[in-house]
Design a protein around this ligand. Structure first.
Ligand code: UD1
Ligand code: UDP
Length: 362
């Protein structure tokens, strides 16, 4: 069977951020197929989002699973190539900066007759130690269609020599996803009472390899969040990514009392937590964007960000992992007026992407 469009996805943020584009394809009757690499496979990082966002089951699940950078990416390239040769879509869409994105782009771009679109193009942390930075650069330079979320990311692509007529600024599809789900999340979710955080609280997510794979850095990050929490008299809830959970056990880390660890949340519950939190501590890319959209102050536990727009509008501080810096950033952000403008678009990104690809409404 031949389809016009194939989505390649494999991780939690890709499922969430591609969901509005998949929905827009359904509404426009654009034939499409979903190719799941299997990079994420635990229910709480994978199937829960398909169910909650009412996405169709993927036509292909490559079950590649976890592994070293090279093994995981290499196995994905081999498997994706074989599926694409059978499927022969006109266009493949990838989103973001994971190994699934790199593998999907490399496999697709080398097959004659297939063009590649990169959703969330042009982001740069300028930190080449991060696997994500390598992935996003290589994806941008191999794709045929580039969909940067903002003018800043468009300018970055142009500065790297990419042709203007390959580029369409679309906003970020996470705005679509938040707008499509925030109201229903507040109607349906009981997460605040279930977790006993109906008053003021802080929300933490930390899972990036550069933070949690380094014992000293991870301990410093947790101590910093605990210090800020004690100063502000806030309990902190930490829905933990399996990578971080594994490291806490392996490094035998004592998590400070101020931080309560729990299982990863589904999207609707997590949106409510982000919306209602007094402050959010994170090293996630998507969470920096969502807090900015939801008008919740954010403190980013990294040394850089590929989302500078969040800092420019005063929704976010980049503080690293030193406890004093985390506490100071929290003091600053907690007093900020949450009246910034959302720089990531008006919630029509998915429509704009399909328009740019000329998948017109029937
Ligand atoms: C990946 C992305 C990261 C993104 C994150 C989203 C890369 C290089 N990294 O990181 O940019 O922010 O996804 O969440 O692509 N594991 C499970 N169950 C799963 C998946 C993973 O338990 O379903 C555990 C395994 O122990 C695995 C570890 O998490 O070794 C890391 O998984 P991996 O896919 O390599 O990277 P993430 O940390 O999830
Ligand atoms: N998220 C979620 N439950 C959680 C933590 C995060 O649904 O317990 C969602 C969050 O709303 C955001 C996405 O996961 O849309 C971010 O994914 P992650 O932090 O894993 O990856 P990153 O954005 O850093 O690549």
């Amino acid at each position: 069977m031949s389809s016009d469009l194939s989505f390649i996805l494999g991780t939690r943020p890709e499922i969430i951020k591609l969901s509005p584009v998949i929905r827009a394809c359904q509404q426009r009757d654009v034939p499409f197929s979903l190719i799941h690499t299997g990079q994420h496979y635990s229910d709480e990082l994978d199937s829960v989002f398909f169910e909650q966002l009412e996405l169709p089951a993927p036509e292909y699940n490559l079950s590649v699973g976890s592994g070293s950078q090279g093994k995981q990416t290499g196995e994905m390239i081999v498997e994706i190539e074989s599926v694409l040769e059978e499927e022969q879509p006109d266009v493949v869409l990838v989103q973001g900066d994971t190994n699934s994105v790199l593998a999907g782009t490399i496999a697709a771009t080398k097959i004659e007759g297939i063009e590649v679109g990169h959703v969330e193009a042009g982001l740069r942390s300028f930190d080449r130690e991060m696997p994500e930075e390598i992935n996003r650069r290589l994806a941008d330079h191999s794709a045929d269609y580039l969909f940067p979320p903002t003018e800043t990311s468009r300018q970055q692509l142009l500065s790297e020599g990419l042709p203007d007529d390959w580029i369409t600024v679309t906003g970020n599809t996470i705005v679509d996803a938040v707008m499509q789900n925030a109201e229903i999340a507040h109607e349906q979710s009981c997460v605040l009472s279930e977790l006993g955080v109906e008053e003021e609280f802080g929300l933490l997510t930390a899972h990036r390899a550069e933070n949690v794979d380094n014992r000293d850095r991870f301990i410093s990050l947790l101590e910093g969040v605990a210090k800020a929490a004690r100063e502000q008299e806030l309990p902190v809830v930490y829905p933990i990514h399996p990578r971080a959970k594994k490291r806490i056990a392996e490094f035998d880390i004592d998590v400070p009392e101020a931080i309560r660890i729990m299982e990863p949340q589904d999207f609707l519950d997590f949106l409510v937590l982000e919306d209602e939190a007094t402050i959010v501590f994170t090293d996630s890319g998507g969470v920096q964007e969502e807090t900015c959209i939801l008008q919740t102050p954010c403190v980013t536990l990294r040394d850089n960000t590929e989302r500078p727009e969040t800092v420019e509008v005063d929704a976010n501080r980049i503080v690293g992992v030193e406890p004093d810096d985390i506490a100071e950033g929290t003091r600053e952000m907690i007093t900020v007026e949450s009246e910034w403008e959302n720089p990531f678009g008006d919630g029509t990104s998915a429509e704009q992407i399909l328009d740019a690809l000329e998948y017109d409404r029937e």
